[in-house]
Design a protein around this ligand. Structure first.
Ligand code: ATP
Ligand code: MG
Length: 414
């Protein structure tokens, strides 16, 4: 029998953590809705090709991190490592091109075989948005503003920095690539093995390396800004200006490259000092070439994704549940009445916990343990008067309330 352990790098979401995850998704979806980004959900697995072709043969995800398996029909499938490729696939296979611009919000589990550590899991969860079919820099500004508003709603925007860069157009990237190859070839002996390999396959990726030795060499590498074409410069200027217009502060980071092949123009990350090594909470950029790479008609796009586990760790406090009201029925008739009342009060929008078993003492102990705000006690005495005893569990004050008035009386605890 398999060990009764969660698989390494996976975890159960329990209690407050589960509640926080859900609250993050709900808060984000709410903000996204206001921006006109509706919910969208694609499968957690796709044909391997969907990721292989789009993320690039040299990306870390494709070379090292994918959960790929052959299914019983002999197809090669992969658990999605990220959300954008699946949505791009859906745009093509679902004929969504007639509905552009497509604005969508998604959330769900992603899978990457990486070395588990704090803030780095093998099954983790993301929220994300995509804006597909808009080539204008206004689109970039909108998705970044949406990201900032979600972080603000969660109360953590202040703890983050928006870092911004441009990866230019393909013309600029070709020029820059040559410059990088020339530079890194000269210092190849100082590079890590991984980066030496990237030198021939995808030198831009070296800039993304987290290796300490690499970082030193990277510090003196040519800067993309010097190789940007005039149109690419103009595009980036417009994005910066748009962010200025809405009053969103940012830091230019010329070393910021996204790990995936499909990005162009704008790249951005919201980073934080509060999570140690795993400092990127939300990351995204423009991917104008992606859908064409997949075999669809050329369609621009821009979007981002954020790790829910990292967002959750940044919340000052776990999201609290509404304090419940405990109903304690004493004796058979009292119990029956609480069962009836519980449903009525819940339907009226109150948060109600029933004590399933045991007397007054046990009921109050349970109320205390679940941090109930009030206890409603109904025994034969109360029933005879068609009333209930309501105890405020903070002040200890007790009130006799007619059952018909209970909903109104308890509204204070909503
Ligand atoms: P990193 O540099 O941390 O590996 P990444 O560039 O691989 O990040 P993206 O693919 O841009 O990350 O994913 C967007 C966000 O998803 C990250 O900023 C992070 O919050 C979250 N994320 C990515 N990988 C993991 C993981 N293995 N565990 C938990 N969260 C993750
Ligand atoms: Mg990664």
């Amino acid at each position: 029998m398999a060990k009764l352990q969660p698989v390494r790098g996976t975890h159960d979401l329990l209690g407050d953590e589960a509640r926080s995850h859900l609250a993050i998704v709900e808060a984000a979806r709410d903000v996204a809705d206001r921006y006109g980004y509706g919910p969208m959900s694609t499968p957690v697995f796709e044909f391997t090709d969907v990721f292989q072709r789009t993320l690039g043969d040299t990306s870390d995800i494709v070379t090292k991190e994918m959960y790929t398996f052959e299914d019983k029909g002999g197809d090669s499938l992969t658990l999605r490592p990220e959300g954008t490729a699946g949505i791009a696939r859906a745009v093509i296979s679902g004929g969504l091109r007639n509905e552009l611009p497509l604005k969508c919000f998604y959330s769900g589990p992603m899978f990457r075989h990486e070395r588990p550590q704090k803030g780095r899991l093998r099954q983790f969860h993301q929220i994300g948005v995509e804006l597909i079919g808009v080539a204008e820099p206004t689109g970039d500004v909108e998705v970044i503003a949406l990201a900032a508003d979600i972080l603000d709603t969660l109360g953590i925007l202040e703890d983050t920095t928006l870092e911004l860069n441009t990866l230019g157009d393909s013309e600029s990237r070709a020029l820059y690539r040559d410059a990088l190859v020339a530079y890194f070839t000269g210092v190849a002996d100082k590079l890590s093995d991984d980066s030496r390999e990237r030198l021939t396959r995808n030198p831009l990726r070296i800039l993304d390396s987290k290796d300490k030795g690499d970082r030193e060499v990277i510090a003196d590498a040519p800067v993309f800004g010097d190789y940007l074409s005039a149109p690419a410069q103009e595009f980036f200027g417009a994005v910066c200006q748009g962010l200025d217009t809405i009053g969103l502060g940012y830091t230019l980071n010329p070393r910021l490259v996204r790990g995936l092949d499909y990005y162009s123009h704008t790249a951005f990350e919201f980073t934080t000092e509060s999570l140690g090594a795993q400092g990127t909470v939300l990351a995204g950029g423009r991917y104008d070439g992606l859908i064409e790479t997949m075999g669809g008609a050329a369609t621009p796009g821009v979007g981002w994704a954020a790790g829910i586990e990292r967002l959750s760790m940044m919340l000052a406090e776990p999201v609290a549940r509404t304090r419940p009201i405990t109903l304690i029925g004493l004796g058979e008739d009292g119990e029956r009445e609480t069962v009836r009342l519980a449903r009525t009060l819940r339907q009226a929008g109150l948060t109600i916990e029933l004590v399933y078993k045991g007397g007054l003492k046990r009921g109050l102990r349970r109320a205390d343990r679940i941090n109930a705000a009030a206890a409603v006690m109904i025994g034969d005495d109360e029933l005879a008067r068609n009333a209930a005893t309501v105890r405020d569990l903070d002040s200890g004050e007790q009130t006799d309330v007619a059952i018909a008035d209970l909903t109104d009386h308890l509204a204070a605890y909503r």
